[in-house]
Design a protein around this ligand. Structure first.
Ligand code: C2E
Ligand code: CA
Ligand code: CA
Length: 548
């Protein structure tokens, strides 16, 4: 007889005779004739939950030969002698006759999955185990009648910041709201599941890329308005990763992994989008993981491969260079230049931006000090990530650094991009006020691209606003009164509260003149005056030329 060694149930079926032996606890707990009997299926099928039966039958096909063997691994509900359905995971293996290549024995275990909570306590949605089960049912349906489909995994953008800014309780409310928004727009018959953290998922049998795109657009619409939770306005977007089956996998674990990779890519690509898994995308995702390692290596090797380029900022009053923005460059260990759009996000996600940020600041200060000799008063603008502001040691480092290089703080501007902040004004302002008190100026970067620029203007204490390139791109078009007015009004508004305006991305003379004369911008930065250059080239181009 099969010995009982744990809580699991064991069985072995002689396939030729259709005779089964089961462990004593299995005979005890389920309505089967005993420990040894004929025709297991006759009894077992009756005990399986009707919703799970089809999938189970599909998963337990006896393979014709060793080659076709996929084993058996399935989770389902089964009725015990008390009449309760319990969740179990059944894993089985076929043994093959070497001579005939036919299976002759099927052995395995049935493991109790315990009293699983099927619903997620917070949102009331079915949980990840149910999702796994639903995927397996969908895959069985594909095997049975060839109907493929898609899986979508949704993730909230910036949920970590929401949690950090407020508290877990508030975060929970956001999750509940998200659950409702997504559920509300799903086509009839589709069910939303709650996975770990801030993720949700849905199985879409019979659907293709066009269908999931429509679903995503509808979800996006629900998120497009700000919502008030506990008196606070929250603006939250959602990204999703989609994987098609059977094209991108025929197994739950593979599909889940691919969907998560696609979600990660959607977030890396700027969030608020759906990314459909493809081999090409997957390779890109893997590249970003290897970029992570390369960046770490660069940092460990004393910032090997990192450098700062400088782009001139020109005063509209004097037409002269008054400053430069320091822009980070990175050459990977194989010698390829990588775009900051790609690697800065990774530095931020991994918090490697903290050591790199120190290096950036120190390198920029050193450069600024050097350039003061011949260009007294020139400022250097340094980009700051939100992660760096949260780092409590940054401010002390900044002060110490300025002392070490004997540089006056008014030559330094710190730029913070607005899209990265959610809303903890008080903390950010506190940090900024400290910088400002010691004489460093603060610029709000990329004005106009974030969620609510005017709110930022109202709440953030800053000295300079940098208006984003998106407003400049079409500003000279004849009928584009709106952008022209918008830039003009923004500049006036800033001036009225003593904030300077720098306009970015100016590429043509026509744009420059318009921005100077009609919009009254203070400084201009853009390819018209120069692209970011290495310090040597910058000197060559702007200082030497000016002296000559
Ligand atoms: P940003 O801070 O808005 O920097 C301006 C970007 O616009 C630069 O791209 C610059 O090369 C580009 N640009 C300037 N003028 C023009 C123009 O006339 N036309 C066009 N098409 N583009 C122009 P870059 O160097 O690729 O940097 C991209 C972003 O990466 C930066 O945007 C900034 O957010 C981030 N970044 C760069 N360096 C650093 C850094 O040292 N620290 C941090 N935290 N972020 C950085
Ligand atoms: Ca900037
Ligand atoms: Ca900018």
């Amino acid at each position: 007889m099969i010995q009982r060694t744990s809580d699991d149930y064991f069985f072995a079926t002689d396939l030729q005779e259709n005779l089964v032996m089961v462990s004593a606890n299995m005979a005890n707990d389920f309505a089967i004739p005993g420990e040894c009997f004929y025709d297991m299926n006759k009894y077992w099928f009756k005990l399986i939950h009707p919703d799970d039966l089809e999938g189970f039958v599909e998963s337990i096909q006896i393979p014709e030969s060793r080659k076709l063997n996929m084993g058996h691994d399935y989770e389902y509900r089964i009725k015990n002698r008390k009449g309760d359905y319990i969740w179990v995971r059944c894993r089985g293996q076929f043994a093959f006759d070497n001579r005939t290549d036919k299976p002759f024995l099927f052995t395995g275990t049935v493991k109790k999955l315990g009293q699983r909570n099927h619903a997620d306590e917070l949102t009331g949605l079915l949980n990840k185990y149910q999702f796994e089960h639903a995927v397996k049912v969908a895959l069985n349906r594909y095997r049975a009648d060839g109907v493929g489909g898609a899986l979508m995994v949704f993730g909230l953008d910036n949920f970590k910041i929401v949690n950090e800014t407020y508290n877990r309780h508030y975060g929970d409310e956001v999750l509940k709201l998200a659950a409702k928004h997504i559920s509300d727009v799903l086509p009839a018959g589709l069910m939303l599941y709650k996975l770990d953290g801030d993720e949700f998922a849905v199985v879409c049998p019979g659907m293709d890329v066009a269908d999931v795109t429509t679903i995503f657009e509808n979800v996006q619409k629900g998120f497009s308005r700000p919502h008030t939770i506990e008196g606070k306005n929250i603006f939250c977007t959602v990204s999703s990763g989609t994987v098609l089956y059977p094209q991108s996998g025929k197994d739950y674990l593979v599909l889940h992994k691919h969907a998560e990779a696609a979600l990660d890519l959607a977030k890396k690509d700027g969030k608020n989008k759906n990314c459909v898994f493809s081999k090409e995308n997957y390779n890109r995702w893997k590249r970003s993981l290897s970029m992570r390692d390369d960046l770490r290596l660069s940092i460990e090797q004393d910032f090997e491969g990192f450098s700062l380029f400088f782009q001139p900022q020109v005063s509209t009053k004097t037409n002269k260079i008054v400053g430069a923005e320091a822009l980070l460059r990175w050459r990977n260990p194989r010698g390829r230049m990588v775009s900051p759009m790609e690697f800065i996000r990774i530095l931020e996600e991994t918090k490697m931006i903290i050591p790199v940020g120190h290096w950036i600041f120190e390198t920029a200060v050193k450069q600024c000090k050097k350039w003061q000799e011949n260009n007294p008063g020139m400022t250097i603008s340094i980009n700051l990530s939100y992660e760096q502001i949260k780092d409590a040691t940054f401010k002390d480092f900044v002060e110490d650094c300025l002392k070490r290089y004997d540089l006056s703080p008014e030559h330094i501007v710190l730029e913070l991009t607005e899209s990265t902040i959610v809303s903890d004004w008080s903390n950010i302002n506190q940090q900024f006020d400290e910088f400002r008190r010691c004489g460093i100026r603060i610029a709000m970067d990329d004005f106009g691209t974030g969620y609510s620029s005017l709110a930022y203007l109202k709440n953030l204490s800053c000295d300079i606003v940098k208006i984003d390139r998106v407003f400049v791109t079409n500003i000279t078009k004849k009928d584009n009164h709106f952008d022209r007015r918008l830039v003009g009004v923004t500049v006036d508004l800033c001036h009225s509260v003593n904030i300077n305006c720098c306009i970015e991305g100016v590429e043509t003379n026509e744009e420059y003149e318009l921005l100077r004369d009609i919009c009254h911008a203070d400084t201009i930065q853009g390819y018209l005056f120069g692209r970011p250059e290495s310090p040597e080239n910058f000197e060559e181009k702007y200082f030497k030329a000016a002296q000559a």
